[in-house]
Design a protein around this ligand. Structure first.
Ligand code: ZN
Length: 161
């Protein structure tokens, strides 16, 4: 914020006031008219400085609102990420597992354990993986969004990891 604008407005108002006080003793209408014009000029300077200051203030308020919104989203993301832990479900295959039921937090929501797609979650999407089993591929998770398939260890049980 440019505080020199406030200072300029205060100076202009003071100058206008000084001109007005000095003009009280002037009896010549022409001279008085000139002093009134000088007062008006100072008041217009003050008004201009205050308008510019107000404009900067509005920009700062807008910037603050945007930053508060970004902070709120970041805090939501942090809280969301804290609900999951990266888990290896077979050699080199990773997913995010919900941690709600394993934390022993009685205040936490009683979500059923679930798993999220790691690439999707890391890119900001929360996509629950779908379990599948086929004779040829065995146990696995499928991502309905990015179509990733994650094979599971033969002995994998939901809630593990
Ligand atoms: Zn995915």
């Amino acid at each position: 914020m440019d505080f020199s604008l406030v200072s300029a407005a205060v100076s202009a108002i003071k100058a206008s006031s000084d001109i007005g006080k000095a003009a009280l003793s002037i009896r010549d209408a022409n001279l008085l008219s000139l002093e009134v014009a000088r007062m008006n000029e100072q008041l217009l300077r003050a008004q201009d400085a205050l308008f510019r200051h107000n404009s900067q203030l509005l920009e700062l308020q807008q910037d603050l609102m945007e930053k508060n919104e970004a902070l709120r989203k970041a805090q939501e993301t942090i809280a969301e990420r804290a609900r999951y832990r990266l888990t290896e479900v077979s050699d080199g295959n990773w997913v995010y597992r919900s941690t709600v039921l394993t934390m022993g937090d009685e205040a936490a929501p009683k979500d059923r354990p679930h798993y999220l797609c790691q690439p999707c979650f890391d890119s900001g999407r929360t996509v629950v993986l779908q379990y599948s089993f086929t004779e040829s591929w065995g146990k696995g998770f499928n991502c309905p969004v990015c179509k990733l398939r994650v094979n599971l260890r033969r002995d994998f049980q939901p809630g593990q990891g």
